[in-house]
Each structure stands twice: as structure tokens, then as C-alpha cells.
Design a protein. Sequence first.
Length: 460
Amino acid sequence: MRPSLPSGVLEVLEPATAAVLQEIPRADASEVDRAVARAAAAFSAWRAVSPSDRAMLLRRISDTVTDHLEELAQLEARNAGKPIGDARGEMGMVAQVFSYYSGSPERLLGDTIPVTGGQAFTVREPLGVVGLIVPWNFPLTIAAWKMGPALAAGNTVVLKPAELTPLTAVRFAELAVEAGLPEGVLNVVVGPGSVCGARLVEHPDVAKIAFTGSTEVGRSIAAGAAQTIKRVTLELGGKSPNIVFADADLAAAAAAAPGAVFGNAGQDCCARSRILVQRPAMDAFMAELERAVTAIQVGDPLDDATEMGPLISAGHRESVAAFVDDGAPVAFRGSAPDGPGFWFAPTVLCPVDPDDRAAREEIFGPVAVVIGFEDEEEAVRMANDTMYGLSGSIWSGDGGRALRVARALDAGVLSINSNTSVRVATPFGGFKQSGYGRELGPHALDAYTEVKSIFFATGV
Ligand code: NAD
């Protein structure tokens, strides 16, 4: 047992070793109040920065992230336990997000609307101080999806990273100031969600909360934000289907399926954790899938060859393991290292009843279920039989069918003969209890601006 820490200190662990990586100060509600005050004080000057200067600043932030890509990737890989190759890709995306939204300040266009007696037109105004609350699975990437459009639109920001993975957010804020972002425009507060996150949600001077995290916490944020009629964007959980028709390229579908559910050790809101396979293809698909799953390299996140790292914490490993108890129908498993660290081998469960807990709940770990279906109608019904609606894949050689199914699925982000969900230029977000609002692409700016209508009387 470690000696207990002073309440103002946060121990940040390295999931691959379970050792302490850093100790940093832990904020409380009064620190949130100070951060909101700093952001509020910086707002009027930041919104007044000319669009071209704001664009240039965002480009400089993008370049600065690129210059520090390896440093940030190492920090993220160690703190979140993710493979270094993935972490480099994620930091590349952070730079790309700022580069993409550097095009926005000069393109926040309005409409002119024909009316009688004058001219009506619309402008887009920033909201003010926005509170960003993010999870531990893609710490800086998800923060960037929010910071990019928020800052581009002229808002100031208070960012609350997850307690388990605050390090890249803290470093990013320093780099942004080095790149020229004025003091007070971006503020990072590291502390518990129930204290610091909750204070941001209730704070009267915060205009909007953009939240990514669990559906359960999302519900409490929506309820809390209602008290001050805050704008809210919610990116929540998922239980996404990967539908494989018998006429698909089965080798390609099976080779890609592990990456779609075991990537980031399954700690991915878009994880295709329900693999639905048309029955005539089941045996061939399972044989290919077993080969792919047992070949996954699970190990040290800092080794270039690693494809999957540990889970984020001991507590989370326990909750994942509860889905693979003694009676679980394990079809096959990959490997995982012994020793310290929060390791869990990639696991495929089959046969599984669609009503089983493993088939219905978000596991958020490297556990997939495989379920058979008869025809297109049953595939759509099973895929939609969930409270979630974030993402999904359709594998078929029949383009018409693939498009019909994509249109019939109640989910925000779908891919055909591919498992990708996220691109900087395309909108991302959920249907049903996976949340509301869209991030990324041109649509994200709608979530960080208000439309104002102005009428200028010219006389009749
Ligand atoms: P979480 O909901 O426990 O925490 C997310 C963030 O909310 C953290 O910063 C946490 O400190 C904060 N928080 C916790 N309680 C709070 C409260 N009462 N008020 C305000 N803030 C509070 O989620 P997590 O365990 O960090 O992440 C895993 C979840 O995130 C999964 O359900 C996953 O599906 C979801 N997720 C969704 C997306 C998406 O884009 N849809 C992306 C990644 C993760």
C-alpha cells in the first residue's frame, strides 16, 4: 500500500507498469472558478482578433504540435498505455484538426435574406466561455476536436481532461501559448469530474459544455446544464455493429475486424464490438478471425511492433473481466503479457445470445461478440436493437444492399467495406443515447456559434 497523498496531489499512473508517471496538483472547484474568470476576461479581446490573425494563430498551433509530435506521442503512449504508432497517428490528427479549422475564421459565412423595408442578414457570434470535458481513451485528440472549432469561432476555453490522462492537455496548453495564443484563452483544469466537471456544468458564466464520455455521466451533464440553459454537445457510448454479409470479401472483413474492436485495447466509443455474420459465412469467417486475433501483438506501448497495449486502470480491467467469467462462451483469445500493468488478452465470445449482457452493454475493452443472422432484414433489426447509435460497418459485395443497410441503420457514422469512423473533414456524432451534436468537419462550428439575425431598415 502506498502512503496516502495530500488531497491536493494527483498521482498519474503508467498503465503498462502500474507505476507512478507523474504527480501533479489536483484542482478543486475554486480553481475552476478562477479558470472561468480568466477565460471570461480574455473573451472580448480574443473575439476581436481579426479573422486572418486568428487563422494564422491556429496554423501556428498546428505547426507547433507537429514540431513536438514525438514528445507528445511518447507522453500520450505512456500515460494512456496506447501503442506508440497509434499515439503518433493521434498527434498527427491533433495538428490536422488545427490546420483544418484555421480555414474557419475567414469562412464563418452568413446569409442575406430578402424582406420588405430593408435588408436582413445573419452573422455567427461566438458563445463566450466554453467548458470542454473529455475522457481518457483519446485524451488530446478528443480535446482537439473541441478546441479547434471552439477557438476558431472566437470562444475562450476551460478544458477539463480526465484525471487518469491529463498530461498531454497540460503540455499542449503550454505549447499553444508558445505558438502565440494569448494568455487566458485556453485554460486547463485537472481535477475530479464530480467536482471540477460538475462545477463547470453549473457555472453561470460558462455558455456551453462539450462533453465526451459515458452515457451515464452525459445524462447528468444534460440535466445539470438545463439549470442555466447551457448549450450542450454530448458524444457518448456505443455498442456498434460490424455486419458481414456472406457475399463480402470475407478475408478482408475478418482481417480488418480485430483492429475495429481491439484497437486502443477496445477502449474506443466506435469499437465494432458486435460482429454480426450471415450464417452461411460463419465458419469461414471465424477461421480467418481466429488467425487474425491470435496474431495481434500485445505488449509494451513504446515498442514500435506493438498493436495493443494494456487497459487504462486496475478498476477498469476488473469491469472488463466481469464480462468474461468462468461460464463465458470464449471462442478464442489472443495473448497478453504477465506481470505488472493492466493487461487483458483480446477475447472473442461465440455463440452469444443477442440478449446477453456482453451483447448489449458497452464493455469498453478487448472483448467482441459474434452473432449469426439470416438475411438483410434480420441484420438491420439486430443492429438497431440497442439504445446506442454511434457507428457501424457493412461488408458486402452488393453495393445496393450495402447502401440500403447504411440508410436503415440508426447510427451517426457508418462505413462500407471499411471500419473507419473518424476523419477531420467529416461530421462525427451519435444517434439515440450515443449523444447529440456533431464534431469535426464543417458541422462542428454550428456547435460553437450562435446565429444572429440583423435587420437594417432602408425605408420603403
Ligand atoms: P466518464 O463519463 O467517466 O468521464 C468523462 C469525463 O467526464 C472525465 O473528464 C470525467 O472526469 C468527467 N466527469 C465525470 N463525472 C462528471 C460529472 N458528474 N460532471 C462533469 N464531468 C464529469 O467517461 P470515461 O470513463 O472517461 O470514458 C469512457 C466513456 O467515454 C465510454 O462510455 C465511451 O464510449 C465514451 N466515449 C465516447 C466518445 C464519443 O465520441 N462518442 C469518444 C470517446 C469515449
